[in-house]
Design a protein around this ligand. Structure first.
Ligand code: 3NM
Ligand code: MG
Length: 540
């Protein structure tokens, strides 16, 4: 062993594949470039190499790795690992059974296992700490590298379930790396979102193949990866995620910022909402654009005060939505996600979960049914898109569901109803390998309520919930660089509820309520006196 196995640094784990080398590069070249730029662990994974060449190559790479004090792991071939005295072996679920591998390797070598299921974690825990040293958690995202994939991508939420299982099965000693489809555009998000529910751990490293092996410039590719996993602030929006005890003066300031900057609020939303949402946006001093054209999403995301409202009530093609999500994340502009009827049908569930896996949202908004199912705190499927049948659920339970969604997705979650709940799970954008959320759990994330008594007529017009999404997107879109996200979201919900109350006192019925709501939003926004608004904010 080049170093004691307890001291292995799993943070940037390079797995080889000589079938994808760029022209003129050898496996040795790519591994060397990786090691020179911060790879901390190497695995030779060669599926089609004959034994003799595998051993020759293995000896060369072992020598190279050891110059950098980096251990070398061999995939699958226990015989090759023993023959060249490698530092460890990695096996999958269909390879040699773990107790046999350990017996052949002896106690001091590193033994890694590919894990995708909670039941596998239970098995590993039963073996105890002398068997497995680390697991590769995967497949995280779709990848072309692994042929004959049997597992479907689990996303950060699936990886978090595995991390949680390690904790609940008392297997904290087991180290973890995430693997599968990891590239610079998603690595920070993976580190940010993957953690056990007790907040005690996150993944210990990133394992990848193609991003380095297939790179024409493996040195700079590795340097980019090294920088991304260094552990810092995850800036997926270009304003602040600082915690705040929101008050009227903060909210007044947010609205002034919107007035000055006139944000462009890009709606990808359902047909029923389009007209009303555009009018609400105009009433709030902002410019609506209702576009589901894939080719212009990137252009829109580059407009300085743009924001995206993504409402899956009736859906644009998934490819179009993904292009938009990628662009808004890349240009650090806010996305508000409204997963309408989140799990009402299998089609919606799959689409919404795919999108949740695919991007980082600054705000996720839903009614109580949607938030309860996102939190996995409800039994069975939702009926339709309305928040029916949740009247008997306590406020404490709804607050916890909102906090759970905020914590899981590292977002600001909004749960609408007679009382609105807002939970801030952004952790100020702090990300770090291994540390989890430093013991903070869903229960502990800041939570606010907004109350204004019942406004039954709100439920009698269409798209009133969707237009709260428009309002949140307007206020987030208007934030300056030093603006604070939670103040915009709380301010938006408070503004919307106050306007709803005011409009309900003026309306003669559903039709005039529609009009009065737009007028009331216009009036309260332009007066900008949050201290006089009837909806009250409480921090729980
Ligand atoms: N194991 P890339 S996914 C080797 O899910 C491997 O266990 C996986 O390649 C698993 O970084 C994978 O190019 C391939 O996506 C990862
Ligand atoms: Mg294998």
């Amino acid at each position: 062993m080049i170093i004691p196995k307890q001291q292995v640094d799993y943070s940037l784990y390079l797995v080889t594949d000589s079938s994808m080398l760029p022209p003129g590069k050898t496996l040795y070249d790519q591994v060397k470039a990786g090691l020179e730029n911060g790879v901390t662990l190497v695995q030779i994974r060669e599926k089609d190499t004959d034994t003799k060449s595998f051993i020759e190559e293995g000896l060369q790479v072992r020598e190279l790795c050891h110059q950098f004090k980096v251990p070398l792991i061999i995939n699958d071939r226990v015989d090759v690992a023993l023959a060249i005295d490698a530092d460890g072996v990695h096996v999958g679920q269909d390879d040699m059974p773990i107790p046999m591998v350990r017996k052949l390797l002896g106690p001091d070598k590193i033994l890694g296992w590919s894990v995708g299921l909670v039941s596998e974690v239970e098995e590993l825990a039963n073996w105890g700490p002398d068997m497995i040293d680390y697991i590769g958690i995967g497949t995280l995202f779709p990848t072309l590298t692994k042929k004959n994939q049997k597992k479907s991508p689990m996303g950060p939420q699936g990886a978090s379930d595995i991390l949680t299982a390690l904790e609940t099965n008392q297997a904290s000693w087991c180290k973890t790396v995430g693997i599968g489809g990891l590239h610079p555009d998603c690595i920070e998000r993976v580190i940010y979102q993957c953690n056990s529910s007790n907040g005690r751990r996150s993944i210990d490293g990133i394992a990848l193949v193609s991003d380095i092996m297939a790179s024409p410039n493996a040195s700079s590719s590795t340097a980019v990866l090294r920088e991304l996993i260094r552990g810092t602030n995850f800036k997926y929006v270009n304003f602040q995620l600082t915690p705040s005890d929101v008050n009227a003066s903060n909210v007044r300031d947010v609205i002034s910022q919107v007035k000055n900057s006139r944000p462009l609020v890009h709606h990808m939303t359902n047909k029923v909402h389009q007209n009303f949402g555009a009018n609400v946006t105009l009433a709030l001093g902002s410019s609506p654009i209702m576009s589901e054209v894939e080719s212009e999403a990137r252009d829109l995301a580059q407009i300085p005060q743009a924001s995206l409202l993504l409402n899956t009530g009736s859906v644009a093609p998934a490819a179009t939505i993904k292009t938009a999500i990628r662009a808004y994340n890349e240009f650090k502009r806010p996305i508000v996600f409204d997963p309408v009827g989140y799990s009402a049908t299998q089609t919606r569930l799959i689409l919404n979960d795919t999108l949740l896996t695919f991007g980082q949202f600054i705000c996720i908004k839903g009614n109580s049914s949607e938030i309860l199912s996102l939190a996995r705190m409800t039994e069975g499927k939702m009926k339709g898109v309305d928040a029916a049948g949740t009247d008997l659920i306590t406020k404490e339970y709804l607050a916890l569901a909102t906090q759970t969604v905020a914590y899981k997705y590292k977002t600001i979650a909004v749960c609408t109803g007679e009382t609105d709940f807002i939970a801030d799970g952004t952790f100020a954008g702090k990300i770090q390998l291994s540390e989890g959320t430093e013991g903070v759990t869903a229960n502990d994330v800041p939570c606010y309520t907004i109350e204004n008594g019942p406004i039954p007529i709100m439920g009698d017009i269409t798209a009133s919930g969707c237009s709260l999404g428009s309002t949140i997107a307007c206020l987030l879109g208007g934030l300056k660089e030093d603006g604070i996200a939670i103040e915009a979201v709380v301010g938006a919900v408070q503004l919307y509820k106050s306007a709803g109350k005011l409009a309900s006192t003026r309306a003669r019925g559903n039709g005039s309520f529609h009009v009065e709501l737009i007028d009331a939003l216009y009036q309260l926004f332009n007066e900008n006196k949050p201290e006089e608004w009837t909806a009250k904010v409480n921090r729980l």
